[in-house]
Design a protein around this ligand. Structure first.
Ligand code: IVH
Length: 712
């Protein structure tokens, strides 16, 4: 094959100047809208408009792979899964914070500060302190070189952390390149800049993630902090991307390159501002998100007022906060105060205690879920707890209920697990009324009276009437219409209940044949609402395959697994044709999930349902195949390593080509590798491939395999 043929195969002619300019303009536009959306929370484009711009860029980059740069918005989830995280050194140590638990301790901390001589230049300056929320996530260090994000690391032991760059690049609110919109009066971006702050998982993302963990039969995370930490340490950045993390930055300093320090940088940081307040302003001007609550304070009384105000108000925030951090505003003063072995003397943290209250149990209700699980729920005398009125608290399951022995009439202590989910902690036995009885485990479903049972090895009690139980049917339909599945606006539990009562609904396919006349027979349904409902149902037909898979409620298939499945097999036909082995080979899927999916897809009822949904006009494909269509599936199922210098293709071109033709470019050689494409000066990867007996291909072999001639 000659060069011209290869290039036409690659579709990679040299991009002209006009194309380059278009790419630059598209990137700038996308970065600007990304900043508006994720950082300022003030988007000016609709999602569809943003997607259209994004797709335009993807199309050009696919055609001209050599134009792809690391800061392109398309490269946020660029990397392949790695085998482990590597350890990196922090140029400047990452410390923790001391704590104060009451006003006396706060005053004593402030007094030590005031006793230290304030640098003369700062004497007249105000305010002395800045109080800001302590966000409950995990500390991160970001390094930007010439404005480009080059490294992100966890705190680790403070001296050494883990390299999480590929994962952090997927966080929308972290700029890949700064400044996004350089403000005229903001300081210039230093050549090497280190920015620090907190990565958090927003509460909404945490709740969503735990629901999908539950659906997938996986253990839920204890709180957003653990979930966030687990998410940034994923080996596959695509999983991190799906977890919707956010980041708030609070510190910045310049670094100097060093040949002698093991971190590669001189360990003394150079300030970018005179005060902490200015640092926050500068960070915002450079395009970062900063703490939503930051209050200048002159005295510790002012600080206390902020602490008291936010003790209650923090529960209204979209993320968890477990305290306030009080910082000395002036950086000169900070430097004079310095550090103890573990923490700065110039800052301290006020930790809020978790809130617990007592209330009375009216009764124990039973709720029957989508999969038939019967959950006991305590109906409570309403109580104000961590910012909301709590009236229901889950008792999880009958084992838990028996252990806690909660009875109607009991006085109980309640709290919010992970400060989000209301939970009964224990019963105040002294206050138990005389005539209470323990709550027995039901032998019948409270809704349909079918027998209850347990699956082997599970604690959950279930209703055995999978197809016929009204509660199960209702919650499966609610699940289909829900935000995380088909996201059908205007179709909530109340409407679904009405539709079921009127025999207008049986399975999800029935949504798509509803008519305005039928809807108008329902109580309180007006013409306009009926039109809204029908329009929303129509719109949901365009949802991609992954959402349909979530909606179907396949055991072990939550949002993440659904995405993994449909990205690998982007149409329902491909997915149905895939063997259980092929499904299990997808990273993050595994044999148990694969068996469940295969079993589900093979059932005649499923096949009928899918055929019907297709007839009704549902998409049942995943949009990535817009790209794959331009390629082929010649390399489907092949993990291919590219190593050394190839005669004509650059490494990333070769990898893009592999991806375009359905293969998976991987970085390291293992038993699972299908082939290693070897160029000049290949090193240890070639040795490893030989020792594992993995086929060694030349560039020509790769191109031939794509043409489906098979390697020579
Ligand atoms: S300033 C030398 N400000 O709390 C450390 N830390 O124990 C200076 N944290 O994991 C930290 N919110 O990442 C600071 N507004 C905030 C914070 C904050 C959360 C975390 C920090 C670290 C821990 C310190």
């Amino acid at each position: 094959m000659d060069l011209a043929q290869q290039q036409s195969l690659l579709g990679s002619p040299v991009a002209g100047e006009a194309i380059q300019q278009q790419v630059t303009a598209l990137r700038a536009q996308l970065a600007e809208h990304n900043h508006r959306y994720y950082v300022l929370d003030a988007p000016t484009l609709t999602d569809a408009e943003y997607d259209a711009l994004y797709r335009e860029l993807v199309t050009i980059e696919t055609q001209y792979p050599s134009l792809v740069t690391a800061d392109s918005p398309t490269q946020r989830v660029g990397d392949e899964p790695r085998e482990g995280l590597t350890s990196v050194r922090h140029p400047v140590r990452m410390m923790s914070l001391s704590n104060v638990f009451n006003k006396e301790e706060l005053d004593a901390w402030a007094q030590r500060l005031l006793d230290a001589e304030m640098p003369p230049s700062d004497e007249a300056a105000t305010p002395r302190f800045v109080a800001e929320l302590k966000l409950d996530g995990l500390a991160v260090s970001l390094i930007y070189e010439n404005g480009l994000l080059t490294r992100a690391a966890t705190r680790g032991n403070g001296k050494q952390g883990e390299d999480i760059t590929a994962n952090v690049r997927t966080i929308g609110s972290i700029p890949l390149k700064i400044p996004v919109t350089p403000a005229a009066d903001s300081p210039p971006v230093p050549e090497v800049l280190e920015v620090r702050g907190e990565i958090v998982m927003p509460n909404a993302a945490f709740i969503k993630l735990n629901k999908s963990q539950e659906t997938a039969g996986l253990k839920p995370f204890a709180n957003p902090r653990n979930a966030g930490a687990g998410s940034v340490r994923q080996l596959d950045p695509a999983i991190t991307a799906a977890r919707q993390l956010d980041a708030y930055l609070y510190a910045a300093h310049a670094l100097e390159q060093s040949d002698t320090d093991p971190s590669g940088y001189n360990p003394s940081p150079i300030n970018v501002a005179h005060t902490h307040w200015q640092t926050l302003e500068t960070l915002a001007a450079w395009g970062f998100k900063t703490n939503a609550v930051k209050v200048p304070c002159a005295t510790t009384d002012d600080v206390m007022a902020v602490i008291t105000e936010w003790d209650a108000k923090r529960h209204d925030l979209p993320m968890m906060s477990d305290g306030m951090v009080i910082k000395t505003n002036h950086i000169g003063w900070q430097q004079r105060l310095g550090f103890t072995a573990k923490s700065p003397r110039w800052a301290t943290a006020w930790k809020y205690p978790p809130e617990m209250k007592t209330t009375v149990v009216n009764e124990v209700l039973l709720s029957v879920g989508r999969t038939g699980v019967i959950t006991p729920v305590a109906d409570l005398v309403p109580v104000q707890l961590s910012g909301t009125t709590v009236q229901r608290a889950s008792l999880h399951n009958y084992e838990e209920l028996a252990k806690k022995d909660v009875r109607a009439g009991d006085t109980v202590w309640v709290h919010k697990a992970a400060e989000i989910i209301p939970e009964v902690i224990k019963v105040e036995l002294d206050k138990r009324p005389a005539d209470t009885l323990p709550i027995p485990e039901p032998t019948e479903c409270p809704i349909c009276q079918a027998e209850t049972y347990r699956r082997e090895g599970e604690v959950a009690l279930r209703c055995s009437n999978h197809m016929g139980c009204a509660a199960q049917v209702q919650s499966r339909l609610e699940h289909w219409a829900s935000k995380r599945a088909m996201d059908i606006d205007h179709v909530g539990p109340a409407l679904i209940e009405q539709l079921l009562d009127n025999d207008l609904l049986g399975g999800p396919e029935d949504f798509y044949t509803l008519t305005a006349e039928q809807l108008l027979t329902l109580e309180r349904m007006a013409e306009k609402s009926a039109q809204n409902v029908l329009a929303a149902i129509q719109l949901s037909k365009q949802q991609p395959l992954s959402r349909v898979l979530v909606g179907l409620g396949i055991r072990h298939v939550g949002q993440e697994v659904a995405l993994l499945l449909s990205q690998r097999f982007p149409s329902i036909e491909q997915l149905q044709a895939a063997s259980a082995e092929a499904l299990a080979e997808i990273d993050g899927v595994g044999p148990k999930v694969a068996a469940s999916v295969k079993d589900y897809l093979e059932q005649p009822a499923t096949q009928q349902r899918l055929t019907r949904l297709a007839e009704l006009g549902l998409t049942l494909t995943e949009p990535i195949n817009e790209l794959a269509d331009k390629g082929s599936n010649a390399l489907e199922g092949h993990s291919i390593v590219v190593t050394g210098t190839l005669p004509t293709l650059g490494r990333s071109d070769a990898e893009a080509l592999i991806r375009l033709h359905g293969g998976k470019p991987v970085k390291s050689v293992s038993k699972k590798t299908s082939a290693v494409v070897v160029g000049e000066n290949a090193g240890s990867k070639l040795d490893k491939a030989e020792s594992l007996n993995i086929p060694i291909w030349s560039e020509a072999d790769l191109l031939a395999a794509i043409k489906q001639e098979g390697p020579s």
